[in-house]
Design a binder for this molecule. Structure first.
Ligand code: FES
Ligand code: FES
Length: 150
């Protein structure tokens, strides 16, 4: 059956099987390659998108669970050619190496700052525990997030 949802501000009706995940639909049907699949089981955070403003692992969500929701991926952040401030902070702090994990970290950071614009160091670390960076860019990632927390 068709499912209606909003992705990056566009209202869409998608006729896809119910067993497909939001991540599969975003990447394979909509061509949004920002959310990435690494673990596929909800432990690495590389597939993180915002669902009604909350960070979720899109590899764990079946498409019926996304019906009627507002989805934001990293592709939806740029406005009029301007990077989002979190994207810019990651660039300014060199907060990536291969960048495979970066969209997930950025979306998780946006969810954090939406909920809590002035997180403490402990709150930042706690909030980012679901995102893994295999390149070990954690000091630079923390510096980028810290720079926005003030
Ligand atoms: S791919 Fe979704 S959490 Fe790892
Ligand atoms: S920058 Fe390579 S996995 Fe994080």
């Amino acid at each position: 059956m068709p499912y209606t949802l909003t992705v990056n501000g566009k209202n869409l009706t998608l006729d896809v099987p119910a067993h497909r995940t939001l991540l599969q639909v975003l990447r394979d049907d909509l061509g949004l390659m920002g959310p990435r699949e690494a673990c596929g089981v909800g432990v690495c955070g590389s597939c993180t998108v915002l669902l009604d403003g909350k960070a979720i692992s899109s590899c764990l969500l079946l498409i019926p669970q996304a019906a009627g929701k507002n989805i934001l991926t990293i592709e939806g952040l740029t406005e009029n050619g301007q990077l989002h401030i979190v994207q810019q902070a990651f660039i300014d702090h060199h907060a990536f190496q291969c960048s495979f994990c970066t969209p997930g970290f950025i979306m998780t950071t946006i969810a954090l700052l939406n909920e809590n614009p002035h997180p403490s160091e402990d709150e930042i670390r706690e909030h980012l525990t679901g995102n893994l960076c295999r390149c070990g860019s954690y000091p630079e990632i923390l510096a980028a997030v810290r720079s926005l927390a003030g």
